[in-house]
Design a protein around this ligand. Structure first.
Ligand code: TYD
Length: 202
């Protein structure tokens, strides 16, 4: 039988703190002697590298973005995430399917949420999804204004934020306001994770 550990995803709009909090959570769980594998999307694969180029290019059709993100994700899931889970690691992913569902369906009216879900169906569901929520005006102020990607503007991110909140409610994800002291937000994330670990007797 396959061993299965815990698969945690932190997601949210640009600048909401997914990277910082994934790193802090990794450190916390390691200090409790858990084996932890921290990863992120877009991944480090060749597809992920191409996606990073496309993030600077407004002429890429949204459907191509969606297909690229899905291809990168499914590869990421099979070659890294699933392997590490089977080896007993807790896997923390900084972004995952929810990023595609929300960002890509907000890019164009022609992209339905159902289609995005469908092209991502080979990437298995995480055990915990935590959505970090923040006003885009604050989140963008945290970013260097010189190197903004094509999604990093407040009008688009406001739309993305609304959909994250709607999805969090519908899917019962943990929704956390990150306009607070980092340590306090991190403590809330740790509480959610510890509770889940206890319930699974891990
Ligand atoms: P991000 O985590 O912000 O990368 P970094 O901060 O390291 O540059 O992700 C890059 C962008 O890609 C971000 O704007 C969200 C977007 N994105 C999608 O649109 N769909 C996806 O499926 C993923 C994973 C990211």
């Amino acid at each position: 039988m396959e061993k299965r550990s815990l698969f945690i995803v932190l997601d949210g709009i640009d600048g909401s703190g997914t990277t910082t909090h994934s790193q802090l959570l990794t450190g916390f769980l390691k200090s409790k002697n858990y084996k932890v594998f921290l990863t992120h999307e877009p991944s480090n694969s060749e597809i992920g590298t191409l996606i990073r180029k496309y993030l600077k290019n407004k002429d890429i059709p949204p459907s191509v973005d969606a297909l690229m993100f899905a291809a990168d994700r499914v590869l990421h899931f099979y070659t890294e995430i699933k392997k590490k889970l089977n080896e007993g690691f807790i896997v923390i992913s900084d972004r995952y399917v929810e990023s595609s569902i929300v960002y890509q369906s907000c890019q164009s009216d022609d992209i339905s949420l159902e289609w995005v879900k469908n092209i991502n169906k080979f990437a298995e569901k995480p055990d915990i999804t935590i959505i970090l929520d923040l006003d885009p005006k604050i989140s963008l102020a945290r970013k260097s204004q010189e190197h903004l990607d094509k999604f990093e503007n407040s009008i688009f991110l406001e739309k993305v934020r609304k959909l994250y909140i709607k999805r969090a409610k519908e899917e019962n994800y943990f929704l956390l306001d990150t306009d607070d002291i980092i340590e306090l937000v991190q403590e809330k994330i740790q509480t959610v994770v510890i509770k889940k670990l206890k319930s699974l007797q891990l």
